[in-house]
Structures are given as structure tokens and as C-alpha cells.
Design a protein around this ligand. Sequence first.
Ligand SMILES: Cc1cc2nc3c(=O)[nH]c(=O)nc-3n(C[C@H](O)[C@H](O)[C@H](O)COP(=O)(O)OP(=O)(O)OC[C@H]3O[C@@H](n4cnc5c(N)ncnc54)[C@H](O)[C@@H]3O)c2cc1C
Length: 452
Amino acid sequence: MTPTTRFLTNPSPADLPKTADVVIIGGGPAGTAAAWAIERAAPNTRIVIIEQSSQLAAGSSLASLENYRTCWAAPCLHRLMQRSIDVFQHAEDYFGEGTKLGLKEQGYLFIAFTEAQAAKLKDDVDHLHRCGLTHTEYLNADDIASRYPWLGSRVIAAKYDPIAGWMDSNALVYALANATQSTTILLETKNASIRTEGSRVLGVSTANGDIDAPNVVIAAGANARAIGRTAGIELPIVMRPRQSFTTGWRHEAYPEDAPCVISAAPFPHVRPEAQSGAIFGYEYKWNTGKIPNYNGERTDALIDPIWPVEQLRDPRFPSLTLSLMAKQFGHKPGEGFADPRYLRGIYHRAGYYVYRDNAYLTLPDGTTEPYDSQRAIIDAWPEIDGLFLSIAHVGHGIMSAPAAGEILASRILKQPLPDESYVGFNLDAHFVEHDAGGLSDNGIKAVKPVSD
Ligand SMILES: Cc1cc2nc3c(=O)[nH]c(=O)nc-3n(C[C@H](O)[C@H](O)[C@H](O)COP(=O)(O)OP(=O)(O)OC[C@H]3O[C@@H](n4cnc5c(N)ncnc54)[C@H](O)[C@@H]3O)c2cc1C
């Protein structure tokens, strides 16, 4: 397939397409995947992607660990990831000959140091097997000692997902974009605002001119709420800053072919990176005076993002993460994760996880209790014809991108959802079971809602 995608940077009003069938605001994983999937389902659809930066994928994916895994407890989430991973594994079929996504199919290993943690991982694996994810494994201490001796004797059990690994997220976004044939990509195109009349979308205005279109998609990551406001709506999302760092060095015992290791609560995680280094993440929460609280609560969830997000990096984050891991693994000063060489030449980043803010349980007494959902919102906005959302992709918008694009395409093209479990991504799907907990996958099992 020869790509015919048109890229225009800071286009003049004369070069700007005047009309389109679909305008997508945001050229990250969500926006480019939407264009790719719409075109696959309806070739020749005239699509315009508006990206404010000089390159695609200029949002949260810059800070991401670029990991993927199938072992999600909620069926809508594991179905989403399984479909997307199938696309990654057959990248040349979907994106064209020669496409390279840099897949490292090295698996994911969630580890336990205590009997209680081990029991939890065993429960998780039993649940995943019941869901049909029979490739996931529960490993006991002997299995670990023979497969991963470098983890040391403190690790007594693990949950292993072999259909997991990591990739080059920038390559994915450009593969999605370049596989389109009738999409125009506008880079460095700022001030996008949605034009509406009554309850209908008319198109998008930008600093470079206007585009008339009957369908507009908001896929602007942490800026989605601000874009929604241009159409007079408040999107139900919040942002939490998250950090990662890459080291140029890793301790000798830690092999290059290791899986991504998710340590026990509070779940710091690490994987090999760039041959001799490693990349670390940790959903570390902090609340400093820099972050305005909302609703008077002490929380790290923001209604409006703070830019540049890098100012929310906590300079202690790399050393805190390393010392937490050293403590968990029992590494003494100078050993393993406590080796000071890890702290040399660190590349430290921050980005936002965007969460849906309308997930709640309904308790037996009829009251509701909000929870941090892992589910994106991929749906039409009900009050404005032609307005669609692909937002709130939390910490997995890369691994879910192709399937998320397919859901969005089915919404725009008024086709059935590709999988019935995907109703979980509807705007008004306030609850699905096993949807919470992120890396802990502890979901919401004990409490059953009485409605919804
Ligand atoms: C520390 C960290 C680690 C992560 N690790 C992983 C991981 O291992 N695996 C995984 O799958 N995901 C991971 N994620 C999450 C992942 O990065 C996000 O879910 C994903 O990037 C969301 O994609 P998106 O397209 O919705 O938003 P973004 O990636 O934020 O992209 C939005 C795009 O829209 C553009 N834009 C914004 N505003 C406008 C505007 N007004 N006009 C035009 N364009 C605009 C931006 O420039 C950007 O290019 C991680 C995130 C962080 C922060």
C-alpha cells in the first residue's frame, strides 16, 4: 500500500480543506486510530485530523512506557486489548508492507512478596481463565526460581501474561496515520473550536481557517474538556499527572529479555529499555501546592490540565521509585535497584492519565459511590448531533488504540459495535464489574450495584 496521507504544516487558509466528512481534533493514538478505522470501514471518507503540535503523538504518549497486555479483569477491557494486540502482531497486514512497530513480545509479570499478595494473584488468574484468557499463568516460587532467578528469593509468586510486551508508540501513531488514503493531517494548526448551530455540529474553526463538517471527533487527550467547552459542553473527565523515567544503565543480573515486572502494591514497574537501560513507572500520587484541589478535596485529579505538564514532575520521583523497589526486593545499598548508577543520566517525563469522572457504584441503600474507572469514553455526545468522543484513555491509550478507533468508527458510521462488551465505553455506562484498580486489577468484585 502506498500511503497517500497528506500532511500540511501550519497551512495557509487557501490550502486548508474547506469541507470534510469527519474532522478529528487531536493527532495522538486516539485520533489517528479513529481516522484509520473509519477509512477501513468506509473507504474514501474525507477526514481531516487537526493537530496543534508540529508532530503527531505530542501528548501523553511522549511520557508513556508503551506497554501492552491482555490481562485486564473487565471483559470490555481485555476484549479491547486483545483486538488491538492482534492488529499490532499483524502490523504489515493492517498498515502496509514494511511497517515496523518495534514489538517486544516479552510478557508482563506481576509479582508477589507475601502470601496475601500471592493469593490475590491466584484469584486474578482464576478470574482471567474464566474469562477465556487461559494463556495467563500463575507461577509459584519454584517456577519463578527456574524462569526468573534474577528476581531473587523474596518473590514467592507471580501472574504472567505472555501476550504482552511493549512497542514504539510513535511508530504506531505514524503507521495508523500513514495507512490512511483519504485523510489530511494538519500539523501546527491551533485554536481549534467546534462550531455548532442548535443541536448540530457545523464544523471546526482554527487559526488557519474553518472546515465545514457534519461530524467532529474530540480526541485531544488532556485538552478534551477545553475543546468540549467550545461546543458549550463540560466533558466528564479529570486528569492525573503521572511520571516515568528512563535510565541508561541497569544492574547486571537484570537481563535484556526480561518481561515487564509489576511489583507489589503500590505497583512500581520496570522493563528493560534500549539494550543497557530500563524504564520505570509508578502511579505515584502526590499533592503539592502547585496543584489546585477541586471540590475542596485533597486529590491529585485536575479538572483542567496544567501546562507544561513537566512542571508537575517531582524531582524525587526517580530516587523514590528506585528505593521503593530496592526495599521490596531486599536489595542492600549498592546492590540491584539500590545501585547508584541507576541515577546517572536519567530522562524523567510527565504526562496526564485522563479518567472518566462519571463512574459510580449504586449501593444497596440507593446511594452512589464514585470510583476511578479504567474505561475510556468512546461514544457520541447525545445532545449535539455529529459530535463524538474518544477520550479518557487513562494509562492504556496506546495498547487500546486500534480497537478504540474501531468503536469510534462504528459510532460515526452508525454500525453495530464490533463487540457487545464495548457498551462499557458508552458515555452513560457508569459501572461495569472488575473495572477499577488499574495495575492492581482488583476491580470491583465485592460490591454489586443494585442498578445500572
Ligand atoms: C507516565 C505514563 C505512562 C503511560 N504508559 C502507558 C503504557 O505503558 N501503555 C499505554 O497503552 N498507555 C500508556 N500511557 C497512556 C497513554 O499515553 C495515553 O492513554 C494515550 O496517549 C492517550 O491517547 P490520546 O490520543 O487520547 O491522547 P494524547 O496521547 O494526549 O494525544 C492527544 C493529541 O492531541 C493533541 N491536541 C491536544 N489539544 C489539541 C488541540 N486543542 N488542538 C489540536 N490538537 C490537540 C496533542 O498535541 C496530542 O498530539 C501512559 C501515560 C503516561 C502519562
